[in-house]
Design a protein around this ligand. Structure first.
Ligand code: SF4
Ligand code: SF4
Length: 342
């Protein structure tokens, strides 16, 4: 027996998938949906016509992994015209694929005696709750739980204590504005951000996301001069960005336990915010205005690309050393970018 600390954001219990009622970008499309082995077995053994229907819409890759075969419109073939899930409707809740059941929740992210449950901001409804419903700063609920797991070693306990106290201090400082210069002054070169956007994997068939990233690429060379103006024009942006950075720091610094490095997770916080600001700028540039709904959409678009794919997350964490920098052209674009904080 041992004790663990479980933490979750205060809004964790408020989330319900709004699916076919108000969700503005139902997530059952545009990405290759992997199946867990148990779900694949259930589909393969499901009897009758429903079984045939389930099997006719999945495929196996060269490595033997099973996926849902998206339609030519990019939609999951099990998504009905009313945006309901036909797997649930026809085969019941227990037949559901794990990722469909779990998303947007991330449960049990572990660090020593600590477990975090959180909700991915790529989900439209989670992002809406995050920016619209739950105040200007992040709040958390912490509970102690008894588990059957063995007691961790004193060394691991000490490492967990240090990491959590460092992370919580950072989150607090971000929320109080102590790192505004890091959030709003961009230290990444245009070349470096261009390379991340080039190397990232994108969902296919998501026209809105493609359009926004296209605009981000075209604005990048002038973004140094555009961002300070944008930040000044939309005063609420600072509180939204601080809160987002606090959320990402709170989540990503736990990766230090797996990555064995603090630099990568720290890089990911400030780099994520930079790319998010560019997405927000692209939406503002297109519309000529920017409100909380645009912030929700910006985070949704960012999260779809940079919150889920491990490949893309690793791009955010990549430590660019001198040798790597040589890949980027020297000159104006590789200079440290000027302050964006007006
Ligand atoms: S994005 Fe979120 S709210 Fe929308 S369908 Fe997916 S899980 Fe539900
Ligand atoms: S199987 Fe159901 S929940 Fe999963 S992506 Fe398809 S429609 Fe959505």
């Amino acid at each position: 027996m041992s004790k663990i600390i479980r933490e979750m954001p205060s809004y964790y219990g408020d989330y319900v998938c709004t699916g076919n009622s108000t969700c503005f970008d139902v997530c059952c499309n545009a990405w290759v949906i992997p199946m867990d082995k148990e779900a694949a077995d259930r589909f393969l053994n499901y009897p009758g016509e429903t079984g045939e229907y389930l099997r006719s819409n999945i495929f196996q890759d060269d490595k033997g992994d099973w996926f849902i075969n998206l339609g030519s419109d990019g939609r999951c073939p099990f998504l009905t015209k009313d945006d309901l899930c036909d797997v649930r409707l026809k085969a019941g809740e227990k037949a559901q694929i794990k990722i469909c059941d779990v998303y947007p929740r991330e449960r049990d992210i572990r660090a020593g005696y600590y477990r975090l449950n959180c909700l991915m901001l790529s989900c439209c409804e989670v992002a809406r709750i995050f920016y619209e419903d739950c105040g200007d700063t992040l709040e958390f609920i912490r509970n102690t739980e008894e588990t059957d797991e063995p007691e961790i070693s004193p060394e691991l306990k000490e490492r967990t204590d240090i990491l959590l106290s460092f992370r919580d201090g950072l989150v607090d400082a971000i929320q109080k504005g102590s790192f505004d210069r890091n959030l709003f002054e961009v230290h990444e070169s245009v070349g470096s951000i261009t390379k991340i956007l080039e190397d990232a994997i994108y969902f296919e068939n998501n026209k809105r996301s493609e359009e926004v990233f296209e605009r981000v690429r075209s604005l990048l060379p002038d973004s140094d001069s555009m961002l300070p103006f944008f930040i000044k024009e939309v005063p609420e942006l600072k509180k939204w960005i601080r809160k987002t950075a606090a959320y990402i720091a709170h989540r990503n610094l736990l990766d230090t336990f797996q990555d064995g490095s603090i630099e990568g997770p720290l890089f990911s916080v400030f780099r994520s915010v930079h790319i998010l600001l560019l997405i927000a700028l692209a939406i503002y540039d297109d519309k000529g205005s920017f409100d909380v709904k645009d912030m929700v959409e910006s985070m949704h678009i960012f999260g779809n690309i940079f919150e889920i794919s491990m490949h893309n997350i690793s791009l955010l964490k990549e430590i660019r050393n001198r040798a790597k920098d040589e890949e980027y052209p020297l000159g104006e674009n590789s200079e440290m970018r000027p302050y964006l904080y007006p």
